[in-house]
Design a protein around this ligand. Structure first.
Ligand SMILES: Nc1ncnc2c1ncn2[C@@H]1O[C@H](COP(=O)(O)OP(=O)(O)OP(=O)(O)O)[C@@H](O)[C@H]1O
Ligand SMILES: [Zn+2]
Length: 971
């Protein structure tokens, strides 16, 4: 029918069109929206070119607006990018119905058919969809195009577009359905319909298509969104569901109907709905229409009143909005799982909520609905890692300059903002003054200490508390009721206790339990969490204290082999003992009553304290040990002898004088140093063989190592061993010492291995028995070559200043300053910092290798000696290296270390904030002036004063001063 005429739509032209659609100059400069583009398609008409072909034609106004010039990019003037994504071509073809007529029609079909679908090239089977129908549309379109070309008939041109679109839709429907079969569509958590993955043919949607993602996607900053969509969408990048269209008249139901995809602010899942009315092809696999992904997702708070345990904070945020005191930069910080992200979203929505009521966000207004269904273009969650890329950041700031699309504020939420680089922070802070008032940044972090100080001080900070146990229990029970779960109250209590103030953790545990049955019982909870119940713990403690060796070993083994990690067990035991000592333990069972009956005298309580110390020591050793179960069993067997005398240093020397059998460690080869009696005990191993194990404190191991090193002839090798090596364990059995020596570098290990005989014989000399040596790679030692400038060093030289508690993973970051200070030790002033505001069993550590902390230790043997060690906390392991060159007088090592925190005005103030009611550990700051020091302003400074009066045990001792007093050298 069109014989003799060459109908062509040049590919460059089509690509240029696609390119044009992405050009920012097409946007309305005032709103950054795309009204011109929306009608761009409408204004395309078709004309026959000089070659009797058909070419796309923009009306002149648009030509002028966009500076369109054939196949050239309007921005650069260069030819459009030949590498344009095929998927964009699909989009374009789909929306505009690009084709080549006649024989070229076939080409178009082939082209369409071979378009790459997500996950690979999936060629279409041309016989699967109705080719005739498509042909009919194309023929009709061609005819129309010819006519419109000659007549410049606008209506006709629109009809033509309709036909083309029909053809395109046919094709895309086909592609889409294939896609549905080959991949699972991703759904939103509410399971609601969220818009079609391909359009019906309404003008509105066509319009949406033309405005949509590909245009906005090319907005520099919106790349993120595109990535999100294309990653989790239906797989067809032309999917119009990435093109949330602002429909000003949207009612909630209206919006629900087209429910989203998410725009910037939504949860990062692409929500696709296959509009079944648009397709007549059956889906072989029905798209997933699941329930919410998790309980915590389902029960995410949607407004301030649903926030749990953050009442004050919620009130203050609401007041900020009601009074209109909006800052530009907010910082939400606090422990994990306490509602920071949820609150940021609530706050962002409330900022834009249109309701005049005081309860905001209302959840009903246009803005609220837009956000809740993921379509808000004014609330965006940004990926901090991407924001670190300078070009992204520039785009972001540029984007922020533009007025909000439909709301009052443009809100950018940056979760995990500690991942922002210093330069990113600097750019944000510098750019802040120039940004319009409608821009609001909400930064979220659980790690305040990693943020640059100036950034923190520029933000309006809001601290999220750990959620109280009772609040957690209430929320959990509400969830149970709503979910139709039965529950034991004790199970919920237990979950709350274990989740350590994190409501999310609690909800996740409950979630898991709910999968196991309709009733949440305490035993099931114990089973799942892998924690020993109090009864079992008491039973074990009772066995251990009553010297019932065989049963203690059996019971400990049972527990550890079934479900409990030795570290966990030791921590639980310690908690239990602490509760008993603090009089907080309520026993409801027989074992408990028996134990308590026994534990009445002061001596018994003292014994329990000693048990705690012993467990603390063991816990430290377990961290570096490979055979944790054995060492824990060993420790348990020692509990019965943990009376006052066994841990008393003076008693130690007496014991040592008695010289235990097989014990050569009091040998004078150790240059006159007296050591504590090696703790020896009998363990029945798996083969029921008796294995005698001598266990040494870390200090003693160091001394043995020192002795061995000094026995080495070669000075070079001696230096090497001293600097790089560490004796990590000695196990003596029937006159044979099994020794482990660690080096923290592979090269060092191989070097030491080459000279193992040297090391072994040196150790033999010290130990006085045969030695079997194992040389292994261990965790890094503290930096022995640490530069000590005027003996001053401090934790705060550590660039990351990241403090965290090993045991519970909590970040106490906001209190990082509280123990830094200056101390005078001996005659030398040093920077001192307390690292121990955690607990005895979860010492605070710094995960930066360069962190150092000064620890003052009382010598185990001789109180007049003081040992100054550097504890470099790395990866949870504590190492000590003595600074003998700086403090030659210091010698001896003990297991008792006290952290100095000096001149710290914050201590008293912060103790109460540190001590969260939910904290399984009690934190007690102890004022304990050392003999060598005197407080210059001694008011309120009785020796051994506990701030924590109800706590009979020092969980964390900090020798320090109150108020602004300082510590001076003893007069
Ligand atoms: N204060 C709270 N009130 C109500 N629900 C909460 C609260 N805190 C946590 N949740 C629950 O935990 C889930 C996760 O919370 P959210 O992501 O807001 O915590 P977060 O503090 O930002 O955690 P993270 O720092 O790990 O990102 C929520 O979906 C909600 O179900
Ligand atoms: Zn609202």
């Amino acid at each position: 029918m069109l014989d003799g005429r060459r109908h062509s739509v040049d590919i460059p032209l089509s690509k240029a069109l696609v390119a044009l659609r992405r050009v920012r100059s097409l946007r309305d400069p005032s709103t950054n929206s795309m009204p011109k583009l929306s009608s761009l398609v409408d204004n395309i008409d078709w004309e026959t070119d000089s070659f009797n072909g058909v070419s796309l034609h923009f009306d002149n106004q648009y030509r002028r607006n966009v500076g369109f010039d054939g196949g050239r990019s309007p921005r650069t003037g260069s030819v459009s990018d030949p590498e344009l994504d095929v998927s964009r071509e699909v989009e374009y073809l789909g929306s505009l119905g690009r084709w080549r007529c006649d024989s070229r029609k076939i080409k178009v079909k082939k082209r369409l058919g071979c378009l790459r679908l997500n996950g690979g090239n999936v060629p279409c089977q041309s016989n699967v969809f109705d080719e005739n129908l498509e042909n009919a549309h194309i023929e009709k379109a061609l005819e129309l195009a010819r006519l419109s070309g000659s007549n410049k008939n606008h209506d006709m041109s629109l009809n033509l577009q309709g036909e083309l679109l029909e053809a395109g839709v046919q094709r895309r429907k086909f592609i889409h359905d294939r896609q549905l079969v080959s991949s699972e569509a991703v759904r939103d958590d509410t399971g609601s319909c969220v818009g079609s993955s391909y359009p019906s043919v309404s003008d509105e949607q066509i319009d949406g298509l033309s405005r949509g993602a590909s245009l906005f996607a090319n907005d520099d900053y919106d790349d993120d969104r595109v990535v999100n969509y294309s990653n989790c969408g239906c797989g067809i990048s032309c999917c119009w569901s990435r093109t949330p269209r602002l429909r000003e008249s949207s009612t909630p139901s209206d919006v629900e109907d087209h429910h989203p995809l998410l725009s910037g602010g939504g949860e990062k899942i692409c929500l696709l709905e296959h509009k079944r009315s648009c397709t007549n092809v059956k889906n072989e696999i029905a798209p997933y229409r699941g329930s919410p992904r998790s309980l915590s997702h389902k029960f995410r708070p949607r407004n301030f009143s649903e926030l749990v345990g953050q009442d004050v904070l919620a009130r203050s945020l609401l007041n900020i909005i009601l009074r209109g005191n909006i800052s530009q930069l907010y910082l939400f910080h606090g422990p994990r799982g306490t509602g920071k992200t949820s609150t940021a979203k609530i706050f962002a929505t409330a900022l834009n909520c249109l309701s005049l009521e005081e309860t905001r966000p209302c959840g009903l207004c246009h803005e609220c609905v837009l956000y809740s269904c993921g379509r808000s273009r004014d609330i965006k969650e940004l990926d901090p890692v991407k924001a670190n890329r300078s070009e992204k950041l520039r785009s972001l700031l540029k984007y922020a300059m533009r007025p909000p699309v439909s709301s009052r504020f443009k809100v950018f939420i940056i979760d995990e903002c500690q991942l922002l680089h210093g330069e990113t922070w600097a750019s944000v802070l510098n750019g802040l003054d120039g940004l319009p008032r409608h821009v609001v940044f909400i930064m979220i972090t659980a790690d305040l200490d990693s943020l640059p100080r100036n950034a923190v001080s520029r933000c309006q900070r809001h601290h999220f508390q750990k959620v109280k146990n009772c609040d957690i229990v209430n929320k959990l029970s509400r969830i149970c009721v709503e979910e139709g779960l039965e529950f034991d109250k004790s199970a919920l209590d237990f979950i709350a206790a274990k989740s350590n103030g994190s409501l999310r953790d609690a909800e996740m545990i409950l979630d898991q339990l709910s999968l196991l049955g309709k009733r949440i019982t305490i035993s099931l909870t114990h089973e799942l969490i892998g924690i020993v119940s109090d009864e079992e713990l008491l039973d074990l403690l009772d066995l251990a204290l009553s010297s019932d060796t065989a049963n203690t070993v059996r019971r400990a083994r049972e527990l550890m082999s079934s479900r409990v990690d030795p570290m966990q067990l030791i921590s639980q035991l310690a908690n239990l003992i602490m509760d008993i000592l603090a009089g907080r333990y309520q026993t409801g069972n027989e074992t408990g009553r028996i134990v308590f009956k026994r534990m009445t005298s002061e001596a018994d309580l003292q014994k329990l304290r000693n048990v705690l110390k012993l467990l603390s020591e063991t816990e430290k050793q377990l961290r570096t040990s490979r055979n944790q179960s054995t060492w824990l069993t060993v420790a348990l067997l020692q509990l019965s002898s943990a009376d006052v005398s066994s841990l008393d240093s003076s008693a130690d020397s007496r014991t040592c004088a008695r010289k235990p059998p097989d014990n050569k460690f009091c040998d004078t080869s150790l240059r006159g140093e007296s050591f504590k009696r090696p703790v020896s005990c009998l363990v029945t191993d798996a083969n029921s063989q008796n294995l005698e194990i001598h266990r040494y404190s870390e200090g003693k191991l160091e001394a043995i190592w020192r002795g061995a090193v000094e026995n080495c002839q070669s000075r070079k090798f001696r230096n090497f061993l001293q600097k790089e090596g560490k004796l990590s364990s000695v196990c003596v059995h029937q006159g044979l010492a099994v020794v482990e020596v660690e080096f923290c570098h592979r090269d060092h290990v191989s070097k030491a291995e080459k000279s193992w005989k040297l090391i072994a014989s040196s150790l033999q000399l010290v130990l006085g028995c045969n030695v079997e040596i194992t040389i292994k790679l261990g965790p890094c030692h503290p930096r022995k070559n640490m530069k000590l400038m005027n003996s001053c060093f401090g934790l705060w030289s550590c660039p990351c200043r990241k403090l965290s508690s090993i045991n519970d993973g909590n970040y106490w970051s906001e209190y990082s300053d509280f123990t830094s200070g200056r101390a005078i030790i001996g005659e030398k002033p040093v920077e001192a910092c307390s690292i121990g505001h955690g607990s005895l069993f979860s010492p605070i550590h710094c995960d930066c290798k360069e962190s150092v902390a000064v620890v003052k230790e009382k010598s185990g043997r001789d109180q007049s000696h003081e040992t100054l060690s550097i504890n470099a906390m790395q990866d949870g392991s504590t190492r000590k290296s003595q600074l003998r060159s700086h403090f030659p007088k210091l010698d001896g090592i003990s297991h008792e270390s006290q952290v100095l925190s000096i001149q710290d005005p914050q201590v008293a103030k912060t103790r109460s904030s540190l001590q969260s009611p939910n904290d399984p550990y009690k934190i007690c700051l102890r004022v304990q002036p050392q003999e060598k020091f005197k407080l210059s302003t001694p008011q309120k400074q009785p020796s051994d004063t506990y701030f924590c009066a109800d706590d009979p045990y020092i969980l964390c001792s900090s020798s320090n001063t109150l108020g602004n007093s300082s510590i001076d050298e003893e007069l």
